[in-house]
Design a protein around this ligand. Structure first.
Ligand SMILES: [Fe+2]
Length: 166
């Protein structure tokens, strides 16, 4: 999905492919192991806020593993992997491709995914990312879960961009 979207929006395909291959390598690790690895992350300053969202730990750990085990040093790739679930303000195009692909890839089957999968291909990348960010906020709200500050920052940043016509 990342490769398809990278081609579609003219984003670096090799970087998007590597980010996609790497992003979930730590997801199968037991949470206890993830908690331990999180505390050893040097690639990112882990905050107390991050610690309270176990579902996003695997991105930070995957980026650290990518650097330590496979020598990945490209900032675009590592940042995309770190933020693939939440996004962040000023996310790079490689980051946006992974963020959008992760939410809409073929194994996702939540209500409305077919519609958003078709919609994103009709839009510029930032608008597609904005649609995903807004959809994520709605889904979190429906589940009664608080959004991570990066998720909110991503949605606000893209909303402001859209208002300015960027
Ligand atoms: Fe993930």
């Amino acid at each position: 999905m990342s490769v398809v979207l990278a081609h579609h929006w003219g984003v670096d395909v090799d970087k998007c492919l590597l980010a996609a291959l790497l992003h979930d390598v730590a997801k199968p690790f037991p949470k206890s192991q993830q908690a331990e690895l999180l505390e050893n992350c040097r690639i990112v300053q882990v905050t107390d806020e991050d610690r309270s969202y176990p579902s996003i730990w695997h991105g930070m750990i995957a980026a650290q593993e990518g650097m330590d085990r496979w020598g990945v040093t490209d900032d675009d790739i590592l940042d995309a992997v770190i933020h693939h679930s939440t996004g962040r303000k000023d996310l790079s195009p490689v980051g946006m491709v992974l963020y959008i692909a992760d939410f809409t890839e073929p194994s996702r089957n939540w209500d409305g995914v077919e519609q958003i999968r078709a919609d994103i291909l009709t839009k510029p990348i930032r608008e597609a990312a904005r649609e995903v960010a807004q959809r994520k906020l709605v889904r979190l709200q429906e589940k009664g879960r608080e959004a991570h500050p990066h998720t909110r920052a991503m949605a606000d940043w893209l909303h402001l961009n859209a208002q300015k016509g960027n």
